[in-house]
Design a protein around this ligand. Structure first.
Ligand code: ADP
Length: 486
């Protein structure tokens, strides 16, 4: 049965727009591939448009790399590995990585604005989270480059060779940093492919890498679609594949690599549980829920998309959550007041809307605050589903949008069982005043990362990765270095 959609009035107060300036941004009309320290045209001569999802305007044309371009990039990476990078002392490699980090910091505003234009994420997020964290990853791993024998005592330190890295569109620059920085620190060379809807910050990073004087061929950026990624995966001279993206593509990659000697790390989808006990600080928890699923439009693989609330406080939590949702600002991602920006692509918006329809059909109670949806661009209001059955598709499948399901529980054992009843295992959040309960849950929840009384906090020193269909291998911290060593 489809229940009535409740509507709460929008607040009467408003903010004046506070748009981030774009005057310091110079975008090229056309971007080529960055191979062997040079900008080269794609073999096919084909380019594709990258679009601003906030207003559907074209930003630039991006080179469509094919298998021949990938081969050229892998050859360049192999040569750089054999002749320069694998022989260079760690202390020298560190200087380049530091230099990249410093240059990124200097151009942080440029990175933040381009990230927002290309991905639709809010400027607040790209400015305060993506860009500083990306710089910090380079700084952190630069520090390890000459200390690998201390990081892994009694191990012979040996890099892998050429790493093929394929990244998604939800944290374009940050994912590039997660992949590139540890691979460089350990002495590997790289062929990286950004997602087709968000190539621009990886290409700006290529400019910076070029400026840093990094020897040609150490980092190569090949833009393109899924077939470009598949060409990297299937190239015979690649030693390792690091992939972040959907579980579906992750499975394809694993199949393609079965029986080869290539190493692989996969960071895939999630359906993470955010659990609130009745002794939790409720206002703080509500803020954590909003941060976990609605900021960044739910475009976070570890988004807290399944909320479990202890039954005796459920009504209060839902009411407070609805009130908070009323005050969320949806709109131009370049406006510093905006909480919810644009969905990354039309395809993704269609997927999210499909799940919202499914949720209504399945009989859950839906709530969406009244939002002024801009006429152009891809937007989705924050959406809550209450009284959701455990078996419901919206509680089982990854939606990758601002859609939250709420279920209740009575006991600790019940919530552990419900939270673990998913094919995924990327992250979880626990909100309670009791330290012992936190430790109990962290041992029993099958999730790679568990946040206590907070959500979506990242740090370069801390490993990140999943269980089950959320993938395997860890990125960040020492674990992240280990994934690039024999
Ligand atoms: P999402 O659903 O988040 O877009 P995808 O898994 O489709 O995630 O995409 C993540 C990255 O994987 C993108 O860079 C995309 O181009 C790339 N990709 C898509 N299909 C393949 C494939 N078959 N092999 C390798 N890479 C792929």
């Amino acid at each position: 049965m489809v229940k009535k959609v409740s509507k709460i009035e929008v607040p009467s107060w408003d903010y004046s727009p506070s748009l981030e300036s774009t005057s310091h941004i110079v975008l090229k009309e056309k971007y080529d591939l960055y191979i062997d320290g040079r900008w080269v045209k794609p073999h096919s001569g084909k380019y594709f448009a990258t679009v601003n999802p906030a207003d559907e305007q074209k930003l630039a044309d991006i080179a469509y790399g094919n298998a021949l371009d990938v081969d050229k990039a892998v050859k360049a990476a192999r040569k750089a590995y054999n002749e320069v990078w694998s022989k260079m002392p760690g202390s020298e490699r560190a200087k380049y990585i530091y230099r990249i980090a410093r240059l990124m910091q200097e151009r942080a505003r440029e990175f933040a604005v381009i990230e927002t234009l290309d991905s639709g994420k809010t400027i607040r997020e790209s400015r305060d989270i993506d860009v500083p964290l990306a710089c910090n990853h380079f700084f952190y791993y630069a520090g390890w480059a000459d200390k690998l024998e201390y990081a892994f005592p009694n191990r012979k330190i040996q890099s892998l060779g050429v790493a093929g890295q394929i990244i998604p569109w939800n944290f374009p620059l940050l994912m590039a940093a997660w992949k590139i920085a540890p691979a460089l620190a350990t002495g590997n060379t790289i062929v990286l492919k950004p997602a087709e809807t968000t190539s621009l910050t990886a290409l700006l990073l290529a400019e910076i890498i070029d400026q840093s004087g990094l020897p040609p061929g150490v980092v190569n950026i090949v833009t393109g679609y899924g077939d470009t990624g598949a060409a990297i995966v299937n190239h015979a001279d690649v030693d390792k594949i690091a992939f972040t993206g959907s579980t579906g593509v992750g499975k394809l990659i694993q199949k393609a690599l079965a029986g080869t000697s290539k190493k692989v790390t996969l960071e895939l989808g999630g359906k993470s549980a955010n659990i609130i006990f009745d002794d939790a600080p409720i206002d703080q928890a509500v803020e954590g829920i909003v941060n976990g699923i609605f900021f960044n439009q739910g475009h976070v693989c570890c988004a807290g998309s399944r909320l479990f609330v202890q039954e005796n406080i459920a009504e209060r939590v839902v009411e407070k959550l609805k009130q908070r949702m009323e005050t969320l600002y949806l709109g131009n991602p370049l406006d510093k007041n905006t909480d919810i920006g644009a969905i990354n692509s039309k395809e993704q918006l269609v997927t999210i809307l499909k799940y919202i329809k499914i949720g209504q059909k399945e009989g859950a109670e839906m709530y969406q605050p009244v939002c002024n949806i801009p006429a152009k661009g891809y937007y989705c209001p924050p959406t809550l589903f209450i009284n959701v059955a455990q078996s419901s598709l919206i509680a089982q499948e990854e939606i990758f949008g601002p859609v939250l399901t709420i279920q209740t529980f009575r006991t600790v054992d019940e919530v552990i069982q419900k939270a673990n009843n998913t094919p995924f295992g990327l992250a979880a959040g626990v909100w309670t005043d009791k330290g012992s309960r936190i430790f109990n849950l962290t041992t029993k929840l099958r999730a790679g990362v568990i946040w206590a009384n907070t959500y979506n906090k990242f740090d370069p020193t801390s490993p990140f990765g999943g269980y089950k269909e959320s993938g395997f291998g860890r990125e960040g911290g020492l674990h992240g270095l280990s994934a690039y060593l024999k």
